[in-house]
Design a protein around this ligand. Structure first.
Ligand code: UDP
Length: 417
């Protein structure tokens, strides 16, 4: 049978940014000779607690299947109940963190952050360094209102406790960018850790043409358009699968792009602009966009970032986008909007120094204005230091693909179960 009696059950969390790396990982394991069974929820039902009974039922059935040979369960750490159920049923389980290793450390540190008064974030302390967790400043932390903080802290505690009973943790990251954080997690959690990026290059080329939880097909013609542009000239703009912005932010960004006089490719999902109706663009903007840019509803992002015409990436700093850009060597202008995007941007700009941030998320996005966009584009395309550091990361990512060191170590561990 396929997989030689070596089967892995993979359980992705049903959001695009979570599911994409898990499916790529499943694909990597399949090329390594494993049979793979994907468990999935019928709907977006992202409550780990509710998944417990159906997951247990399905896994028990899979174990009873003759010759199925389930070696292990690989589940998003957000499915912490599934990790516990697997371990309880005697099946080795491994958690996958689809955000950064640095963010996993924020999860680990969350009780301390509350105890020391960093959280909930107080306006007066926003710029303070978190002494126990550099390089974070208070404003970079996963922010929540005081009223919802305790519930969130409980969720994070569950998210890190289940992997403690598991066989290992898999990260969608590169050692070249997060070696220290990975080492700290390995030591403090006493777990094997694997850094499996760039998954989009480790997995065989697959279908990147649609958004997983929408109807949107990627516009592949934009790749032909990129072929007609000068090397390094195009600014690619994308805010991932979920983020939304107000119409005035959209307009400022559009004018900033137009003022840069550079060609741009911009993903404008139907849900990107709150309350937007087509035809709402102010006078002249339509014309500017037509002259300089191209708008698409969904792009084949990893292919766009790998295209030689692309010289800079304006991003919301979602983790997948960040790792993809680092792996393709594309400098970033970070416009974080919520969640872990702030801390990702901190690493991009202040630790790896391969991008710059435009702080847009103050009250109602008032900070986002066209002059800042144009200035950031002008600066980043001429910054040799950023270019050189990005080139070095791209080499490291290529080396991870050529050597397959982390994949081999993971496969060896699974084979040892
Ligand atoms: N993506 C894509 N085409 C687009 C926009 C995004 O393929 O037009 C992909 C992108 O390559 C990445 C994912 O969607 O893999 C977005 O994940 P990320 O973690 O960056 O952001 P999220 O959507 O979770 O906010």
């Amino acid at each position: 049978m396929a997989g030689d009696g070596r089967r892995v059950v993979v359980f992705p969390f049903p959001f695009h940014g979570h599911a994409t790396p898990l499916l790529r990982l499943a694909s990597v394991l399949h090329t390594r000779g494993f049979a793979v069974t994907i468990f999935h929820t019928e709907l977006r039902a992202p409550m780990s607690e509710y998944s417990e009974a159906p997951f247990k039922e399905r896994l028990t059935a899979a174990l009873a299947e003759e010759g199925a040979g389930v070696r292990c369960v690989i589940a998003d750490v957000a499915w912490y109940k599934a990790l516990s159920v697997s371990s309880a049923l005697g099946v080795p389980a491994m958690g996958v963190m689809t955000a950064s290793a640095a963010n996993y450390r924020v999860y680990m540190a969350y009780p301390m952050l509350i105890e020391k008064g960093y959280l909930p974030v107080q306006e007066a302390r926003r710029e303070d360094l978190v002494q126990e967790l550099p390089p974070y400043r208070v404003k970079d932390l996963l922010r929540l209102e005081a009223s919802s903080l305790q519930g969130f802290a409980d969720l994070l505690r569950n998210t890190i406790e289940a992997p403690r009973q598991s066989a290992g943790l898999i990260f969608n990251t590169l050692r070249a960018i997060e070696a220290d954080d990975l080492d700290t997690i390995r030591q403090e959690e006493s777990l094997p850790v694997f850094a499996l990026a760039p998954l989009h290059k480790l997995a065989p080329p697959g279908n990147t043409s649609s958004s997983l939880y929408g109807e949107t097909q990627a516009d592949r013609e934009c790749l032909d358009w990129l072929d007609t542009q000068e090397p390094g000239s195009v600014v690619y703009v994308s805010f991932g699968s979920l983020a939304a912005m107000d119409p005035h932010e959209f307009v400022e960004l559009a004018w900033g792009l137009a003022a840069s006089k550079r060609p741009f490719l911009w993903v404008v999902r139907p849900t990107l602009i709150r309350g937007y109706e087509s035809g709402q663009l102010p006078d002249g903007l339509d014309e500017q966009i037509r002259d300089h840019g191209r708008l698409v509803s969904w792009a084949p992002q990893v292919e766009v970032l790998a295209h030689p015409a692309v010289g800079a990436f304006i991003t919301h700093s979602g983790w997948n986008s960040t790792v993809e850009a680092v792996s393709e060597g594309v400098p970033m202008i970070c416009l974080p909007l919520h969640g872990d995007q702030f801390s990702n941007a901190r690493y991009v700009c202040d630790v790896w120094k391969v991008g710059m941030e435009i702080e847009a998320s103050s009250a109602a996005g008032q900070n986002l204005e066209r002059g800042k966009i144009k200035a950031a584009i002008d600066k980043i395309v001429h910054d040799k230091g950023i270019r050189e550091r990005m080139d070095a990361f791209k080499l490291a990512a290529d080396e991870a693909v050529n050597s397959q060191t982390e994949v081999k170590a993971l496969v060896d561990l699974i084979n040892s179960f």
